[in-house]
Design a protein around this ligand. Sequence first.
Ligand code: HEM
Ligand code: HEM
Length: 163
Amino acid sequence: MPTPKGYSRTQIRLHWIVAGLIALQFLLSDFIGEAWEKIEHGGQVAFSPLVAAHVFGGGLILLLVLWRLVLRLMRGAPPPPAEEPPALQQAAHVAHWAFYGLMILLPVSGAVAWFGGVELAAEGHEALTSAMVLLVAVHVAAAFYHQLILRTGIMSRMKHPEN
Ligand code: HEM
Ligand code: HEM
């Protein structure tokens, strides 16, 4: 995989747009959660724009993440900061790929649950949302650790594009 000096403008925009969309998915999850419970108990649900927003938002995330994945594989990512301890470099590598896995599995499991009526997929979807919360917490803590303790200026890599 190539190793550019920094992330591209598109990679940076996609990172923040997808992060925002994921936050919205969490904010809009109660409505689809309630609809799902009704369906589980044999009830009918009327069309709701807030439920549709969760389905559409998740689909959009999947498309943007596949685009991101292609960019990441073709263009690569900058090497880890030299000051970063090797164990942390490894952890960041694993965490970033775990994010890609979660960002693909979340919409897929949601769609299998919603369109296929598969209970197990809904349970998986819920478990994956907890994993996402945990990973985001670690990711944000790591970003601040870099910024304030290691002083690698990592935040600027996700702000200023470099080719
Ligand atoms: C749901 C929210 C988020 C997800 C899924 C996410 C995912 C990712 C991924 C996969 C990367 C690796 C680069 C890439 O392939 O694009 C990355 C890098 C980065 N993220 Fe996030 N991120 C999220 C939120 C945040 C937040 C809130 C911050 C700031 C506090 C942040 C700061 C960074 C920084 C600074 C990098 C660059 C790391 C480096 O240069 O190696 N991210 N993020
Ligand atoms: C990255 C994309 C997605 C995120 C972050 C996300 C997030 C969430 C969250 C936080 C919940 C509430 C879980 C709980 O009750 O604790 C939820 C529930 C649900 N979501 Fe999603 N979702 C995404 C994509 C989708 C898609 C594309 C669909 C359907 C096409 C979907 C269908 C559902 C369903 C049916 C539920 C209720 C059942 C359950 O709790 O698992 N989701 N989602």
